[in-house]
Design a binder for this molecule. Structure first.
Ligand SMILES: *Cc1c(COP(=O)(O)O)cnc(C)c1O
Length: 369
């Protein structure tokens, strides 16, 4: 049985009529940049996040960068984040002119360990940037308590956490959250797209201006300030708006597949930990094992594609050599990435496919289902 890591074709086939109609509407109106169709998606996605404002931007990386700039982060500042993330989190900090400072992660959830924040603080610390990796919200209550104590901004990296919840709350739990709509994300465009969701009208206004060359929203050739081109394509907005009504059902399917994997694989692999009170949306199903490479080869031979999120932590990337962080700097992160193996995860998986993955893994370990 061939099982890809992610299958975007199956999703398109299931909602083709709605997607094609949304695309045709944009093509026939030739409204490709901004306009009411972009605003309609922004309004719907803000409501989905239970927040007043969403600004569509070019990518999740743009969203992180613009949110940091809107919070006033710049040269000379430090932003505390995690090294166990996609490099874009740290890149956004660096391109804003600030320096990323990494704290280690909780060994079980693999998310920011808020107990380490105080020790990472310096007089230059300006903001905290927790990453809701894999689809589970970091311990936001602990992060916000530290931020309040030290007078810091908090930006949430929600690139993998659409519809995730903590105690019934959705992001932004802090003032502002950055989302990615990269095609493989839980809500994915057909190209690059991102969004900044916020409770703060001033941040929203700032981002809608900066993304569009410093223009006030409806003033065509007057530029009160400098901005740049960080816009979301209206075609992407139309696709995302057509997909959004399906996101709850897709999320529940991901959660069901995760329960199925965990039920059959616990005791054989180290299965992901879902903390009580948190709704994990399983963008990724990150299992851990002592022999990830051998298991990956075994699964590949059976037609099952797997992945590793992420094999090289950001602090050990050549691009960040100038930070001077050596192996051993973040022991929990480093130990965890050496054992990671992400299993196939997307809503359109079938129970039979999940069972086949589980059977193949159990056979590798010489166990019977
Ligand atoms: C995908 C991702 C990003 C970047 O989003 P893009 O839309 O690809 O720019 C940032 N952070 C995390 C954790 C991500 O997974």
């Amino acid at each position: 049985m061939k099982i890809p890591f992610v299958d975007l074709k199956a999703q398109y086939r299931a909602i083709q009529t709605e997607i094609d109609a949304a695309l045709r509407d944009i093509l026939e109106n030739t409204a490709f940049i901004e306009g009411p169709r972009l605003e309609a998606f922004e309004k719907d996605f803000a409501a989905f996040c239970r927040a007043p404002h969403c600004a569509g931007v070019g990518s999740g990386t743009d969203a992180l960068y613009l949110a940091l700039k809107a919070l006033g982060v710049g040269p000379g500042d430090e932003v505390i984040t995690v090294s166990h993330t996609y490099i874009a989190t740290a890149e956004a900090i660096s391109f804003a002119g600030a320096t990323p400072v990494f704290v280690d992660i909780e060994p079980d959830t693999m998310l920011m360990d808020a107990r380490l924040l105080d020790a990472a603080m310096t007089p230059r610390t300006k903001a905290l940037l927790p990453v809701h990796l894999y689809g589970q919200l970091a311990d936001m209550d602990a992060v916000l308590a530290v931020a309040q104590k030290h007078g810091l901004h908090v930006l949430e990296d929600c690139a993998q956490a659409h519809a995730a919840e903590l105690g019934g709350r959705r992001s932004p739990i802090a003032r502002v959250a950055a989302f990615s709509f990269y095609p493989g994300k839980n809500l994915g465009a057909y190209g690059d797209a991102g969004g900044v969701v916020t409770h703060d009208p001033a941040i929203h206004k700032d981002i809608t201006e900066v993304r569009n060359h410093g223009r006030e929203r409806h003033a065509k050739y007057e530029h009160a300030r400098l901005g740049f081109g960080f816009r979301m394509d209206t075609l992407q907005a139309a696709i995302l708006r057509a997909k959004l009504p399906h996101l709850e059902a897709w999320t529940e399917k991901r959660r069901a597949h995760a329960r199925h994997y965990t039920e059959r694989l616990k005791g054989v692999l180290e299965t992901p930990v879902e903390r009580p009170g948190r709704r994990h949306v399983y963008h990724v199903y990150p299992a851990r094992t002592e022999r990830p490479a051998a298991l990956r080869t075994h699964l590949e031979a059976a037609g099952i594609s797997t992945n590793c999120h992420y094999p090289i932590p950001v602090h050990l990337q050549p691009a960040y050599a100038a930070l001077g962080l050596k192996r051993g700097a973040l022991p929990v992160t480093e130990a965890c990435v050496a054992r990671l193996l992400s299993l196939p995860m997307y809503p359109d998986l079938t129970a039979d496919q999940v069972d086949f993955v589980c059977d193949t893994i159990l056979a590798f370990f010489g166990r019977k289902g």
